[in-house]
Design a protein around this ligand. Structure first.
Ligand code: PMP
Length: 383
């Protein structure tokens, strides 16, 4: 059975073009970017080339606004703790939506334990943030507000421009976690009004182990990692050269191909949604149209997501049942509860995230496997 991989928000293959581009930084131009001899200078120039490519992907005003980290979790931590701690004299309040990734929610909870007020903004039944609640919650003491560009479990794209206008009207900073949106939909930090933006290399077909925090000129942060002062003192530690160079190339490819690839993925996504919703008691989760082009998410009544995942793997089709980071626990997904599902409803979820290797011809194979799986599981279900 040919493998059909449909879990691109959990992990992506590294694009072969990225591998070929960055390979030399493993064994030829492997120097430390801080070293002054030629192999070090070549490494430094690879980092700067990557910085330029990432800046172009998100239309950053300056290349120096791009700070390389080890990944999205680190970028989210740096954005939140870094801004909150550096601006503590202004106030001790932080704000986030209730569908943020745990790498946003947990740093905020840590701040809360240390005396900060943490306000959580609800979303509606398709995952759009409640703008009135957001407006009410922002005070002059709020140092950072974090709202994701698009949600990993339900695919909903938030109205970031409207959100940034609300945040900026009060003179505050907006952090946006664009981990799974970047490279799939256009992001323009200047036009969208974003102060801090999280990106991840592997979520755009780059190597694991690199991420970016975009920091708008003038936004002040306290570093989380101190040491040798790399990345303008904001992220000490010898740079992960291969991953960073690869991330730059991945960003360049994504920028060039996003339009055509987005339309191709949307067509597969929409066909999957039409076919899968023909199953009795099946529902789409998230926004019906304002969703990522590669994202289709569902719930089925009377069955467990984990059983769907394991059954689908028997067809050599890999899917997810909610957050990749918490799916080893049997707790209901906080995102599905936030959109108003009951615990038993949240348990029957299935998330399909498409990528470059998926083809429209796979749709009948996938839908047949889903239909047989649901039928089999419902026959066995005690519910
Ligand atoms: N934010 C979002 C929206 C995510 O989906 C993820 C996981 N892919 C992360 C942050 C954290 O990414 P990582 O585990 O690669 O640091």
């Amino acid at each position: 059975m040919k493998r059909i991989y449909l879990d691109h928000t959990s992990a992506m293959p590294v694009d072969k073009r990225v591998l070929r581009f960055a390979e030399r930084y493993f064994d030829k131009d492997f120097g430390n970017p801080s070293s002054l001899y030629s192999v070090g200078l070549r490494a430094k120039s690879a980092i700067e080339d990557a910085r330029k490519k990432v800046a172009e992907l998100i239309n950053a005003e300056k290349e120096t606004c791009i700070v390389f980290t080890s990944g999205a979790t680190e970028s989210n931590n740096l954005a939140i703790k870094g801004t909150a701690l550096r601006n503590i004299a202004k106030g001790k309040e932080v704000v986030a939506s209730n569908i943020e990734h745990i790498s946003v929610l947990n740093p905020m909870k840590e701040l809360q334990k240390n005396g900060f007020k943490f306000t959580i903004i609800p979303v509606d039944s398709i995952g759009i943030i409640n703008m009135e609640k957001l407006d009410e919650s922002l005070t002059k003491n709020t140092t950072v507000t974090s709202i994701m560009y698009a949600n990993n479990e339900i695919g909903t794209i938030e109205p970031i421009k409207e959100i940034s206008e609300t945040v900026h009207k009060k003179g505050l900073y907006l952090h946006v976690d664009a981990t799974i949106a970047a490279g799939f939909i256009p992001i323009d930090v200047q036009n969208d009004g974003i102060d801090l933006l999280t990106l991840s290399s592997n979520d755009m077909y780059g190597p694991q182990g690199a991420g970016v925090l975009y920091i708008k000129s003038g936004v002040k942060l306290q570093p989380i990692l101190s040491g040798g002062g790399q990345e303008q003192g904001l992220r000490s530690g010898t740079e992960n050269l291969f991953a960073i160079a690869g991330m730059g190339e991945a960003a360049r490819i994504a920028k060039n191909e996003m339009g055509i690839e987005g339309n191709r993925l949307k067509e597969i996504r929409d066909k999957l949604i039409v076919e899968i919703l023909k199953i009795e008691d099946s529902y789409l989760t998230g926004h019906p149209t304002q969703r990522l082009p590669n994202h289709a998410s569902f719930r089925f009544s009377r069955i467990e997501g984990e059983s769907i995942l394991l059954n689908m793997d028997m067809y050599n089709i890999q899917i997810s049942t909610g957050s990749a980071c918490s799916s080893r626990t049997l707790e209901s997904s906080h995102t599905l509860l936030a959109i108003g599902l009951k615990h038993e409803e949240a348990h029957g979820s299935m998330v399909l995230t498409l990528g470059r290797a998926n083809k429209i011809e796979e749709v009948p194979i996938i839908t047949k496997a889903v239909k047989e799986t649901i039928k089999r599981l419902r026959r066995l279900s005690p519910l």
